[in-house]
Design a protein around this ligand. Structure first.
Ligand SMILES: [Zn+2]
Length: 361
């Protein structure tokens, strides 16, 4: 089967049309929640939610695409091809399925990993009524990301800092998330974002009748090119970690600590997977991230740093601005046949294995 290639899209609106069509043809119930801000072309954008399967199912599976804007192209293709495949959907006949297409539609339509307020959604799902980390160390690198002009010298200054302090220090300083600079990188926000509020209000209640729930959160950026890795937040040797190893033939990369070769302690508070248990205190829950590799992590990071600079100090319509957007899109969505083939190979395997074992959740 090679028609999976047509499940992937070249822009947000193409992906949305395909998703809505595939969901309706499959017989899913669809609702769309409009975002308050439009796409660059002025059109309305949405978080689209498709619901499929028996209401009285014991188990619900929530498949989310697009926490990080254009990373949604990958998850969208996977969702659409799944909905288009009667043989895959049949394997989930006893399960309530929820698809969230465009979790952060603003970031997707504008080609930004973050939302309309520069919030990294995966640092925003914290309990704001309790103390949360702000990462004051971010001050050490903040100036490097906001030069007057982002030229080669600015790029080199970042590489020099990493060479001097090490990859691990850079990751724990710059990448874990921060709440001291609302214009900075991996900013977690000081209150629930539109995506966070909408997800809690419109999506979570859909699995109210189910006793058990699994979250599959689809991302790109980590792992080998055109291949997938499965990540989770459960401690090594915990029952959930062992369960995932069994389900996925030990092809699980374990905790969210793969940001570099030194196994960085990745402080992950605020991600959907880390918070999933708190969404459903009365259910047995389980959550995983599937990441699809797109290239060298340092290149991805540099593309994100430049995009952050562009939206604060640059000009989106300039040649440099356009080059930065093109590079970012490519680093989060390598839109080639080879890459999409690798993605669907892994994703279809994950979907098969999940269906095979979901009864044991
Ligand atoms: Zn992501």
């Amino acid at each position: 089967m090679s028609d999976f290639l047509t499940a992937f899209s070249d822009d947000y609106f193409e992906a949305r049309d395909k998703f809505l069509f595939a969901a309706r043809v499959a017989g899913a119930k669809v609702k769309s929640v409009a975002h308050p801000l439009p796409a660059p072309n002025g059109e309305t954008i949405h978080m689209d939610i498709a619901e499929y399967g028996p209401d009285d199912a014991q188990t619900g599976v929530l498949i989310v695409a697009g926490v990080h804007g254009p990373e949604a192209y990958c998850g969208s293709g996977i969702q659409i091809q799944m909905l288009r495949s009667p043989e895959i959907m049949a394997k989930y006949a006893d399960v309530k399925l929820i698809f969230v297409h465009g979790h952060n539609p603003y970031g997707w339509a504008w080609c930004r990993r973050v939302d309309e307020n520069n919030i990294d959604i995966n640092r925003n799902y914290v309990d704001f009524s309790k103390p949360y980390s702000v990462n004051k160390d971010y001050k050490l690198v903040q100036h490097l990301f906001m030069p007057d002009d982002f030229d080669e010298a600015a790029e080199q200054a970042i590489y020099d800092w990493i060479a001097e302090h090490g990859q691990k220090k850079f990751a724990t300083t710059a990448m874990v998330g921060q709440r001291i600079d609302e214009n900075g990188l991996f900013y977690g926000g000081l209150r629930p974002s539109w995506t966070n509020q909408t997800f809690r209000r419109e999506v979570l209640p859909l699995l109210a009748p189910q006793k058990k729930a699994l979250l599959i959160d689809l991302h790109t950026g980590l792992g080998d090119y055109a291949d997938g890795i499965i990540l989770h937040v459960y401690p090594k040797d915990s029952p959930r970690a062992k369960m995932f190893n069994k389900w996925y033939d030990n092809k699980v990369d374990g905790g969210m600590d793969v940001l570099d070769n030194d196994k960085v302690d990745y402080e992950n508070s605020g991600s959907t997977v880390a918070s999933f248990e708190s969404f459903y205190p009365d259910k047995d829950t389980c959550a995983m991230v599937v990441e699809y590799g797109t290239g060298d992590l340092s290149k991805i990071l540099m593309a994100l740093i430049k995009d952050n600079w562009l939206h604060v100090k640059g000009d989106l319509d300039s040649a440099k601005g356009k080059a930065i957007k093109k590079e970012l899109l490519h680093m989060l969505y390598p839109n080639t046949e080879e890459w999409k083939t690798g993605v669907w190979k892994h994703a279809s395997w994950v979907l098969d294995k999940t269906a095979e074992h979901i009864g044991a959740l």
